[in-house]
Design a protein around this ligand. Structure first.
Ligand SMILES: O=C(O)C(=O)C[C@]1(C(=O)O)C=C[C@@H](O)C=C1
Length: 181
């Protein structure tokens, strides 16, 4: 009986406790998504597919909101967060289009498949985001502690991913809603 009680408690604890309560993994996902914007831009550059795709944006936001509700997160705040990810992805894409237009020799040689390859990867990041947003829910508030942790996580992500100024600026914008409370 005692054994069953302890085993049951341990099982509850391992599922209830978030593996990492800090903001590093969350910011890291944001950086990964912005680096994936390079692949999105490469898929569109030199084609007639525009950077802005409002239909796809709505799909991303609807799916994120549905997953957020299931995870016990507020759909409205989750949409604000994902909107920032999308806006900053477009900032990166526009910056790269500009760079590649001015320096065609720097344009990517290959054209990734947006529907078959890049968007499924973005979708996987959405699911991982929900997980991390849920794990950091207590921390994400308009507090000094949140802002301090965010600053550290941002610096680490900049370094770890060796972000250039374009991606660095985009990461700064993408993570802005995290401590908005
Ligand atoms: O999937 C695309 O086409 C993208 O450009 C990515 C993305 C996004 O960040 O999810 C960004 C801009 C588009 O308006 C739609 C979606």
């Amino acid at each position: 009986m005692m054994y069953l009680l302890v085993a049951g408690l341990a099982a509850t604890m391992t599922t209830a406790l978030p593996p990492s309560g800090d903001l590093n993994a969350l910011v890291d996902l944001s950086a990964e998504r912005l680096l994936l914007a390079d692949r999105v831009a490469a898929a569109k550059f030199g084609t007639d597919q525009p950077i802005d795709d409002p239909v796809r944006e709505q799909q991303v936001l609807d799916r994120a909101a549905a997953m957020a509700a299931e995870a016990g997160l507020g759909p409205a705040e989750t949409v604000v967060f994902f909107r920032a990810q999308i806006e900053m992805s477009k900032t990166v894409q526009r910056g790269l289009f500009d760079r590649w237009t001015r320096h065609p020799e720097r344009a990517p040689a290959d054209r990734p498949d947006l529907a078959a390859d890049v968007r499924p990867r973005l979708d996987r990041i959405t699911a991982a985001f929900i997980d991390r947003l849920a794990a950091t829910a207590d921390l994400r508030a308009a507090t000094r502690r949140c802002r301090d942790l965010l600053l550290v996580a941002e610096g680490e992500a900049d370094r770890r991913h060796r972000l250039d100024p374009l991606h660095e600026k985009a990461l700064h914008g993408a993570i802005a809603p995290i401590c908005a409370g």
